[in-house]
Design a protein around this ligand. Structure first.
Ligand code: AHR
Length: 654
């Protein structure tokens, strides 16, 4: 489970197995499972992660950088998130200087022209951070900036973290030796016995008249696994609890960009930060590209996930596409280079580049996705584009599994990526979506115009690369969690076909203006984060995955009862997921004929009084799973599933 707080909240309650007879409950249902009859395999990679630069998922989220707009972009209103500081009678002006910067990627800079200042009355700039800067007591924050001065007379530069409410510096450092050429300078800011708060900002100032240029101002808190340029600890811990097997990276729409020139150009996201020009995300804000290709791979390494690499395939969201054939060749080569950067040995051209960037060991890569949601491409060019990538990649990497994002006829894709964004009611229907290869799909309405033929067992494998029950904002409520859980029972039952699936999007900054897409799994502000009920449903399902489904039969289950039964062969355990989406309690008789089971079983349950009940940044643990022990278990038992409940039952076989 993700965090100590949550662990403390887990009430370990011993309850006797009993038959509950009460009003307001459904007729009893019977579930017969045969643990000794494995039926189909469950993919070990079934559950993974998907997000992108949306909802301030990286900048202002997972990527722990505390400075907002560290490269000084401006608009008509001024330099975004930066303000002039003039203490006392100090006087200064700031502007973006387009004529000088520390690198060709960052050719501009912030010019601070200080007309008057002294040691007590300093002038400079302040940055407000991502809706504040979270500071904790006795903590070291490591920072850096590139700077140069009109003359060395500029003297020492003061860097301080200042509390918004008191105006007092809570940590301060001086940086000496600013010369007349661009150079990176580092500093460390240590807090004392402060009260943790996000009401802080960063001030950079000087105490003498002169001209100072700044670029790439950066400040990091301690990060997960102490990575330089790393990730927020709380968010990484929450993701680790989801036991993800893969990361689909770098997105989504984010891969494509609104325009071809705004695609995720991976070569511009590697190497020193000063060589990354930044780019506009299709979610209407600039990406710092601090989360570059190697950072995504580091994220995979930290959480023991395999990368599922999506390569740009020549289509961008505003209906721009690259013609298949000669025009597309450079993009195909770019994808081949990218694959080599990820998985090639240090003796290859791009593997050597990765080694130079600090990671000599290649990453294991099994899946490459070609494009994203290419059914939106009205030119109809995807079949040819996919085929061109497919042939070139397979020629060099025959073992890679290549994922298509829309139907393709010219070659048979290894895997098809399907996306579903639906309401809970839809997911109650769709729980049966993959149950039979020729099932009646008339009740199923796909999310948009991306119509795929109904998948069968002889066609490509399925990757449900994006899915979510979209109810609740910014994060899903219990009704959505029930829809998700019902859907996941169907994924598990059909995981011989559905080899991977990922909820999307995963992250949202809950501050005003932070969200571009409603219903995201995990919410946060600068200071803290929380998991939604749907997040906990994911944690529960992925924590008890199993490797095979077992033969089973449900009778009198009604329309709001969903289940999956899987076996962990090595541990000799049955994992039974039971979802009661009804407002009434559901008595259930469980029968496991012909097997002996341990007398006690573990139950993990998430339940709520109403579908609208939810967690929030103010009330982060209103709904959390509760663990209990069932006693007197044998091969026949009665359980009662409370209204609006999701449970995992772990039964040990003997
Ligand atoms: O997850 C949000 C968006 O939904 C993704 O960027 C895109 O692939 C889909 O349309």
């Amino acid at each position: 489970m993700p965090e100590k707080t949550f662990a403390r909240l887990l009430a370990i309650v011993a309850i006797a197995v009993s038959t509950v007879v009460a009003s307001g409950q459904n007729a009893p249902a019977t579930l017969t499972i045969h643990p000794d009859q494995p039926t189909s395999t469950v993919s070990p990679t079934l559950y993974g992660l998907m997000t992108e630069e949306i909802n301030y998922s990286y900048d202002g989220g997972l990527y722990a950088e505390m400075v907002r707009n560290r490269t000084f972009r401006g608009d008509w209103s001024g330099i975004l998130y930066w303000y002039l500081v003039e203490d006392g009678n100090a006087r200064a002006k700031i502007e973006v200087d387009e004529s000088t910067g520390p690198s060709s990627a960052l050719p501009k800079s912030l010019k601070v022209n200080i007309e008057q200042a002294d040691a007590k009355n300093q002038a400079g700039v302040l940055n407000v951070g991502w809706w504040g800067m979270a500071l904790h007591r006795n903590t070291i924050y490591k920072g850096s900036f590139y700077a140069k001065a009109g003359s060395t007379d500029i003297g020492p530069i003061t860097v301080s973290l200042v509390n918004d409410n008191t105006g007092k510096a809570v940590a301060s450092a001086t940086v000496d030796g600013i010369g007349t050429d661009w150079k990176q300078h580092t500093f460390a800011l240590k807090t004392g016995e402060i009260e943790a708060s996000a009401s802080n900002h960063l001030v950079i100032s000087a105490g003498r008249a002169g001209t100072l240029w700044l670029q790439l101002v950066s400040l990091f808190p301690p990060t997960y696994h102490d990575r330089t340029n790393g990730f927020r600890k709380d968010l990484m811990e929450k993701m680790a609890a989801m036991h993800p097997a893969f990361l689909r990276m770098p997105g989504g729409n984010y891969l494509e960009g609104d325009h071809i020139k705004e695609r995720f150009e991976w070569k511009k996201t590697i190497g020193p930060l000063v060589d990354r020009p930044t780019h506009r995300s299709p979610w209407n804000y600039q990406s710092s590209d601090g989360m570059g290709l190697l950072e995504f791979l580091g994220w995979c390494e930290d959480l023991h996930m395999q990368p599922l690499l999506a390569v740009y395939a020549g289509y961008s969201l505003s209906q721009e596409h690259v013609n298949p054939g000669a025009d597309l060749e450079p993009y195909v080569q770019d994808a081949l280079d990218e694959i080599e950067y990820v998985s090639g040995g240090p003796d290859t051209k791009w593997g050597a580049e990765r080694a130079k960037d600090g990671h000599p060991a290649p990453f294991k890569l099994s899946y490459v996705e070609i494009g994203n949601e290419d059914w939106f491409d009205r030119s109809g060019s995807y079949d040819e584009r996919y085929t061109q990538f497919y042939k070139a990649i397979k020629a060099k990497y025959p073992d890679l599994q290549l994922i298509a994002t829309a139907p393709v006829k010219s070659v048979k894709p290894d895997v098809i990526d399907e996306h579903y964004y639906v309401r809970a009611t839809q997911n109650f229907h769709d729980a049966a979506h993959y149950d039979t290869p020729d099932g009646n799909s008339s009740s199923m309405q796909k999310w948009d115009s991306g119509h795929f033929d109904r998948a069968d067992r002889n066609g490509p494998k399925i990757f449900v690369g994006e899915w979510a029950t979209r109810e609740g904002s910014p994060t899903p409520n219990m009704g959505a969690a029930l829809g998700d859980a019902a859907w996941m029972t169907g994924l598990e039952r059909n995981s011989d076909l559905v080899v991977m699936a990922a909820y999307a999007p995963m992250l949202v900054n809950v501050n005003p203006g932070g969200m571009q897409w409603e219903t995201d799994l995990i919410g946060y502000n600068a200071m803290k984060s929380y998991g939604s009920p749907a997040y906990y449903a994911q944690v529960m399902f992925a924590s008890y995955l199993g490797d095979h489904t077992v033969a089973s039969r449900l009778e009198n289950g009604g329309e709001k009862l969903f289940y999956s039964a899987t076996l962990n062969t090595a541990k000799k355990q049955i994992y039974l997921k039971l979802v009661n989406a009804s407002s009434d309690a559901q008595p259930l008789e469980l029968a496991m004929p012909g097997v002996h089971v341990a007398a006690s079983a573990r139950m993990v349950r998430l339940s709520a009084p109403d579908t609208q009940t939810t967690n929030s940044i103010e009330d982060p643990t209103r709904l959390v799973p509760v663990e209990s022990t069932l006693h007197n278990v044998n091969s026949k038992l009665m359980v009662t599933l409370p209204p609006y409940s999701i449970q995992v039952l772990q039964i040990d076989l003997q």
